[in-house]
Design a protein around this ligand. Structure first.
Ligand code: FES
Ligand SMILES: [Fe+2]
Length: 359
């Protein structure tokens, strides 16, 4: 499936892109689902989202997850699988402390202890303490919530978040209000979408409108251990984003393996790339705003604009997914100037696969 040579990391000047079949091999996809996603800290959502919905549910690799805030304000995360026959749980209506299975109604405390078991009176040798939910570790930074499903993680989330906070300075991500989530199913492997996010090389060709907005001369990429940053200033006087203030910067962070934080001084947009199968992913856009700066009209303009750019990215990613499966294409090369971010992501993938395969 993966040859040792393909895992070698050489300087970008001499490097090849990862092999095309890594974008459609079902064996590799299984490895990612079973081990890569469970072996990293994964972004699950923002605490402020929980003011609008009682819980967050998602899938990480093979694991369904539920995340919520209990009565004491603690964030709790569990594998979302009832110990009876595998049903999905939700918070009982109006409660912050009782999880209830949606299949036959078993209930659990917010600590994961089994409590209510309807119509089980003739069952013998049954001890509720053998049927606890599986609880997961949570890491929180400025309201952003990350969880892990295994203790041996590849990425270092604490270091990553501390580094980002030092770069964004006084921008406080915890105070932005959650607006909504918009989800886009895309016919491409999750890594195609991430590669595409990580470079501005395509902007003049795929996004001519965006190209007019960004000041390309200020466009830079920086890489760190488990994240990378692309940043650029908006041209002065732009109607949606620019205030004409030369300090207004856009920060586009990628957090390995599948999260992006697009940060402007008064707005946060989080993208999560959720794999569906080897040829499909869903990209979630979560929008957050400082409502003192963003009124309804400005929010609408921001969302419409993001969607416009997203459609262009979707289209090119779907075509690339087809292109990668051509019998004539195997690997490409990198622009040293423009594709540092892609090279960085692909190098992390290689290190991560090496770790998984050496177990
Ligand atoms: S599967 Fe949960 S109560 Fe039956
Ligand atoms: Fe793009």
């Amino acid at each position: 499936m993966i040859s040792k040579d393909d895992l070698n990391i050489v300087p970008i000047e001499r490097a090849f892109t990862i092999p095309a079949n890594w974008y459609f091999s079902s064996e590799l996809y299984q490895l990612e689902q079973l081990q890569l996603f469970s072996g990293n800290w994964i972004y699950v959502g923002h605490r402020n989202q929980l003011k609008k919905t009682s819980s967050l549910t998602l899938q990480i690799g093979k694991e369904p997850i539920i995340v919520f805030e209990n009565k004491s304000g603690e964030i709790k995360a569990f594998i979302n699988v009832c110990r009876h026959r595998g049903g999905p749980l939700c918070l009982r209506r109006g409660s912050k402390d009782v999880l209830q299975c949606q299949y036959h109604g078993w209930t659990y405390t917010s600590e994961g202890d089994l409590r209510g078991v309807p119509e089980f009176d003739r069952v013998e040798l049954f001890d509720k303490s053998d049927f606890k939910l599986v609880e997961l570790d949570v890491f929180e930074w400025s309201g952003l919530l990350f969880i892990r499903t295994q203790s041996d993680t590849f990425n270092d989330i604490k270091q990553t978040c501390a580094h980002i906070q030092s770069e964004i300075g006084s921008i406080d991500l915890s105070r932005f209000e959650f607006s909504e989530r918009v989800s886009y199913p895309i016919h491409c492997n999750w890594k195609v979408y991430i590669d595409n996010y990580l470079e501005g090389y395509h902007i003049p060709h795929v996004h001519p409108e965006l190209n007019k907005l960004l000041d390309y001369r200020t466009y830079r990429t920086k890489t760190a251990a488990f994240h990378s940053l692309q940043y650029s200033q908006f041209k002065e006087g732009d109607s949606i984003y620019g205030s004409g203030n030369a300090d207004d910067q856009a920060f586009y962070y990628f957090l390995y393996p599948n999260c992006m934080l697009n940060i402007l001084p008064s707005r946060l947009q989080v993208n999560i790339v959720e794999p569906v199968d080897e040829q499909h992913c869903i990209v979630h856009f979560d929008y957050f705003y400082d409502r003192a700066e963003y009124d309804d009209a400005r929010i609408l303009a921001d969302k419409n604009y993001s969607e416009f750019v997203q459609k262009e990215d979707e289209d090119i990613c779907e075509q690339v997914q087809k292109g990668l499966q051509s019998q004539t294409y195997h690997q490409g090369r990198f622009s040293v100037k423009q594709e540092q971010g892609v090279y960085h992501f692909q190098s992390l993938l290689k290190q991560n696969y090496s770790k998984l395969l050496s177990r």
